[in-house]
Write a protein that binds this ligand. Structure first.
Ligand code: MTE
Ligand code: MO
Length: 176
């Protein structure tokens, strides 16, 4: 009897341990703000970590971008240049983008695990006339699940591989 009790409490402990470990290792796919809106995270080598909602993005330099999608269909996107989001997070762009800061990169992560990398000069309007946009609206509507709420649009590129859908996190880091 004693043995059975001992075995059953050990089993309960084990099950609890496994459950707690699984729960601790499963990160939420998205972060929601106090208002329930999904927030975009900007983190890593930033002066100020940010969690932005569409509402926050609308207060930034909002731009209309007409670009052809992979199916060659022109769409009218509304979004913010990614460089402006980096500025808001106090990333070393502009006058600070020199020396060791030239070794930083920007990793854009999506809800499905897809990732694409940019260098800082690719996103800095003082370096390039090309632009990368974080968009939240297309043809008058918020981006649907599977594409949004946030997506990259990179109009200058011949391939659409860096048009990351369902962006959750923008991570800035040193390459070395
Ligand atoms: N999150 C996420 N974004 C993604 C991808 C993906 O697999 N996951 N595929 C990329 C590739 S390879 C292409 S060609 C385009 C296709 O964009 P579309 O789905 O709007 O046609 O999305 C890009 N963005
Ligand atoms: Mo692709």
């Amino acid at each position: 009897m004693k043995n059975i009790l001992l075995i059953s409490s050990v089993m309960t402990l084990l099950v609890n341990f496994v459950l707690v470990s699984v729960m601790a290792q499963t990160p939420p796919a998205t972060t929601k703000s106090a208002t329930g809106q999904v927030a975009l995270k900007i983190e890593g080598e930033v002066g100020k970590s940010l969690q932005l909602t569409t509402e926050d993005l609308r207060k930034m330099p909002v731009t209309e971008v007409k670009a052809k999608d992979k199916g060659d269909k022109e769409r009218k996107f509304i979004g913010v240049p990614l460089g402006e989001i980096l500025k808001a997070a106090q990333v070393t762009v502009g006058a600070q983008l020199r020396g060791k800061n030239l070794v930083k990169y920007v990793l854009v992560k999506a809800a499905d695990g897809y990732e694409a990398l940019f260098s800082l000069p690719e996103l800095d309007s003082e370096f390039t006339t090309a632009s990368v946009f974080l968009v939240f609206e297309a043809d008058g509507k918020p981006l649907a699940t599977g594409e949004g709420p946030y997506r990259l649009v990179v109009p200058g590129e011949k391939k659409h591989a860096r048009w990351v859908r369902e962006v959750t996190t923008i991570q800035v880091a040193f390459a070395k």
